[in-house]
Design a protein around this ligand. Structure first.
Ligand code: NDP
Length: 279
């Protein structure tokens, strides 16, 4: 039986095992998929012992995505561009690293939610691993100017530099956010609500055409999506669909089969809505 795992810290709450097992059942593929908890210092050793013991592939989540890119012996073009890896594919005795986060987000927004991203003036809150993964795919999908705002402004500058499109990508200070005007797409790629609270955001960022997207889901997404709705955003979308679509893209890379994501999305969305409302 083929063996896969997701590596993270913390990771035991991860929905990835459930999602991949649902895809495997649907596709008639026998596979094992575990969640492997490891602190940053243990990640390289854990990953190489997984490879030695016959592991066939993996996913990588917070906080290991950038370290994973350093540990792979080969990187896809999109992993190189993101400087972060979320998908590991067995490559000889080591790993080929890819990044499916951006493709997953774009597929969810354009396919499931029917958004036309072309030309949208876009604000990215955050410049961590997730922002690095999704920004190149959003640019490729044809968004207009991209403004990156991060608590640590050096990381916003570094992301803007990495993207290599100075005419189109601009980094700005959080303190200047009131002056940035209205956006047609606002992505919350911060983990602010996991450790503290969302920074104060002015309602002037939102106009009647704005789609507001939080990459997190469940309770962590509530503050940003509530702010967006109160400010009058046309769409307020959480990251559950992206999570499922990036997993489907990994599944395709491992098995050559594209799973039907709709039933998995429907089931997890119902479960999460029940958890959030306490039903
Ligand atoms: P990282 O740890 O790499 O980055 C965290 C980001 O959040 C940084 O930009 C950090 O700013 C910012 N941040 C953290 N706390 C605060 C705060 N209190 N105020 C303002 N900014 C803050 O995490 P990831 O980029 O990997 O993940 C970000 C979010 O995206 C997480 O909630 C994660 O669950 C979600 N995600 C969802 C996915 C999906 O498939 N739906 C896939 C990947 C991620 P600074 O640099 O200043 O520290």
């Amino acid at each position: 039986m083929k063996r896969y795992a997701v590596f993270g810290h913390p990771v035991l709450h991860s929905l990835s095992p459930k999602i991949h097992q649902a895809f495997a059942k649907q596709s008639g593929i026998a596979m094992d998929y575990l969640a492997i908890e490891c602190a940053p210092g243990d990640f390289p050793g854990t990953l190489s012992s997984f490879a030695r013991s016959g592991g066939d592939g993996g996913n990588v989540t917070l906080p290991h995505k950038q370290r994973a890119a350093e540990l792979c012996n080969l990187l896809s073009a999109r992993a190189k561009r993101a400087g972060a890896v979320n998908t590991l594919i067995k490559h000889g005795t080591g790993w080929l690293g890819d990044n499916t986060d951006g493709a997953g987000l774009v597929r969810d927004l354009t396919g499931r939610h029917g958004l036309d991203l072309r030309g949208r003036r876009t604000l990215m809150l955050g410049a961590g691993g997730a922002a690095r993964g999704v920004a190149p795919a959003l640019l490729d999908a044809g968004i207009g100017d991209l403004f990156v705002v991060n608590r640590d402004p050096q990381k916003a500058d570094a992301l803007a530099d990495l993207l290599g499109e100075p005419e189109r990508v601009h980094s700005r200070y959080f303190d200047d956010i009131e002056t940035l005007g209205e956006f047609e797409l606002i992505i919350n790629a911060t983990s602010a609500t996991r450790h503290g609270s969302l920074p104060t955001l002015p309602m002037s960022l939102v106009g009647p055409r704005t789609a507001a997207v939080d990459l997190s889901y469940g309770e962590a997404a509530i503050p940003f999506l509530a702010w967006a709705r109160a400010a009058g955003a046309r769409e307020a979308i959480d990251g559950l669909g992206m999570l499922i679509e990036q997993a489907a893209e990994s599944f395709f890379l491992w098995h050559g089969v594209r799973p039907d994501t709709d039933p998995v999305y429907a089931e997890l969305q119902a479960r999460h809505a029940a958890l959030v409302t306490g039903d």
